[in-house]
Design a protein around this ligand. Sequence first.
Ligand code: SF4
Ligand code: SF4
Length: 127
Amino acid sequence: MAFFEMVRTALRTVLQQPVTILYPAQAAKKTPISRGHVVHDGSKCISCSICVKKCPSQAIILNKEAKTWQIDRFRCVVCNSCVDTCPTKCLSMDTQYTAPAAAKGIETFTITYVKPPKPEKKDEQKP
Ligand code: SF4
Ligand code: SF4
């Protein structure tokens, strides 16, 4: 019985259309929740570090002194957590195809605004 079941499965597989596509020659099906790679808009970033704290794979590096926001593409697991939590919506998911040769390790974006440090609290004066 197992043999006939195997033959039946093999014949069905040979006769049906492939379930995979020749991506990127053939366009992939995209939905509103499709993910691709994270894109950063430096003009909207307020350097709040929320994305850094929410990233589960420590893929984001924020350097306020250098005014840079960096993402390590090889660490990013495309979970969308940073995009969901960014308060200014300066992060988004780009679903366009990226050629493997164009994939970079760490990609750097420049930020225009840097959140000033919190003023130090004055110690209460003892009488
Ligand atoms: S990208 Fe968004 S969450 Fe990350 S530091 Fe900038 S404003 Fe904050
Ligand atoms: S998509 Fe997820 S893993 Fe990638 S940088 Fe954002 S939070 Fe980190």
